[in-house]
Write a protein that binds this ligand. Structure first.
Ligand SMILES: NC(=O)c1ccc[n+]([C@@H]2O[C@H](COP(=O)([O-])OP(=O)(O)OC[C@H]3O[C@@H](n4cnc5c(N)ncnc54)[C@H](O)[C@@H]3O)[C@@H](O)[C@H]2O)c1
Length: 398
């Protein structure tokens, strides 16, 4: 388990916790279970496939030299089986603290052609299953004021994979709904997109998608090269998110973003440097102002109530293409590149997006707020932020 040990995650941080990971017989679920065990948790592999589920638990117990992995054959869409799962885990380990909704089915086909049954199957695995787990396991977590409920998500719908991806996007909304309902109970709910991972399910479905398009499987996979990560990295990201659950409560994050937050750098190669900033001092000075302003805004956003926070986070991502945390990490990396005098080309686009977001905020204010002294002051303040970002853009472009 080399990757997880590279960051600042502590080996015993989940030592008192019991985690249920659905669909952990293989792929991302297996690697998530593995990372959770590294962090000290007891792990239940809840998979509908008996063979891979049993093998997964055996392998994990062998790797960690313990009996802390348990396999319980479970179809998450079956109410009786979910109740039996909870009963078996509570009988053995008394409680469940962490649930990772990871089980998935990858039906393929255009909406006009795919049999209606595949939509029913996807609903069963992705929504009915997660709701059953929430109904069965959340009440005790709330009672004990301790728990993390995670959805392994995918926030975009894809052609020829509608039955899978539309229900996956619904899971993200389900996560936000539950998050708002358990606000301030000590239970945290979040969704996390693992990134593109060549798991058995992903490869099989992509082979079928390729056959329905004019692309070969190789061409289809090449389109994702930039964002592809290993199953191990995806799983460590998901386990890392559990340790930072209060920070991501009510939000959708990504494995890459969490890896960065826990100090694990994995290489998605960026383009070779083209231009470097020659006059670094003025650029660094204006950079410090932009970072300070942005950090203050993030603090302000964090202190809003969950409903407003979710709305602001969604608007920010829609406008800039990045989450607020991703923008923060991007700015911090820009600062490091300036200090090290390396290329800063890749930061021009995110900064332009940030400027556009500020302009959009001004438009919103002009369109929504009645004119008053306060509105004028707010508009002036945003104008100042805009000026800072534009000066930084100028400084790193010369
Ligand atoms: N692989 C990717 O690129 C990718 C991208 C974005 C999101 N995701 C998400 O990551 C998660 C894991 O995906 P993966 O690629 O590892 O999938 P996979 O197909 O390799 O593994 C899925 C597992 O779920 C189990 N499963 C299926 N139906 C079940 C049921 N009814 N009850 C219990 N278990 C069931 C399967 O037996 C299997 O072990 C999924 O939620 C998926 O949507 C994956």
């Amino acid at each position: 388990m080399s990757l997880i040990s590279q960051g600042n995650l502590r080996r015993d941080s989940l030592k008192d916790d019991v985690a249920v990971v659905t669909g952990a017989g293989r792929g991302i679920g297996y690697e998530t279970a593995r990372a959770l065990m590294w962090l000290g948790a007891k792990v239940v592999i809840a998979d509908v496939d008996g063979k891979s589920g049993r093998a997964a638990a055996e392998n994990l117990n062998k790797e960690f030299g313990s009996e802390k992995a348990l396999f319980v054959k479970t179809d998450v869409g079956n109410e009786k089986e979910v109740e039996a799962l909870a009963g078996q885990v509570v009988a053995k380990w008394k409680k469940v603290d962490i649930v990772i909704n990871n089980a998935t089915a990858f039906p393929v086909g255009a909406v006009k052609d795919a049999p209606i049954d595949v939509w029913d199957l996807s609903y069963r695995v992705h929504l009915r299953g997660s709701v059953l787990l929430a109904k069965t396991l959340l009440p005790d977590m709330i009672k004990r004021k301790h728990g993390v409920f995670v959805f392994v998500s995918s926030s975009l719908a894809f052609p020829f994979m509608g039955a899978h991806s539309v229900l996956k996007t619904a899971q993200v909304e389900l996560a936000k709904t539950i998050a708002a309902e358990v606000e301030d109970t000590g239970v945290y709910v979040l969704s996390i997109d693992p990134g593109v991972v060549k798991t058995p399910g992903f490869l099989e479905s992509n082979k079928q998608v390729a056959a329905l398009t004019r692309l070969t499987l190789k061409q289809l996979l090449a389109m994702n090269k930039q964002v592809e990560i290993s199953a191990e990295a995806a799983g460590v990201g998901i386990a890392g998110a559990v340790t930072l659950a209060s920070r991501y409560h009510g939000q959708e994050t990504t494995s890459l973003q969490v890896l960065q937050a826990v100090g694990i750098q994995i290489g998605v190669e960026s383009e070779k440097p083209k231009t470097k900033v020659t006059n670094v001092e003025p650029a660094l000075a204006v950079f410090q102002s932009v970072l300070k302003t942005y950090s203050k805004q993030v603090e302000g956003w964090r202190s809003c109530n969950l409903f407003r926070r979710q709305w602001l986070a969604r608007e920010f991502k829609r406008s800039t293409g990045l989450s607020m945390d991703e923008m923060y990490n991007t700015l911090v990396t820009l600062g490091k590149c300036l200090e090290m005098k390396t290329s800063v080309n890749e930061f021009v686009e995110p900064l332009k997006k940030l400027a556009e977001y500020y302009k959009y905020q001004q438009e919103l204010l002009r369109g929504l707020a009645k004119f008053s002294k306060k509105t004028a002051e707010d508009l002036q303040m945003i104008e100042g932020w805009l000026l800072e970002v534009n000066s930084l853009l100028k400084a790193i472009s010369t």
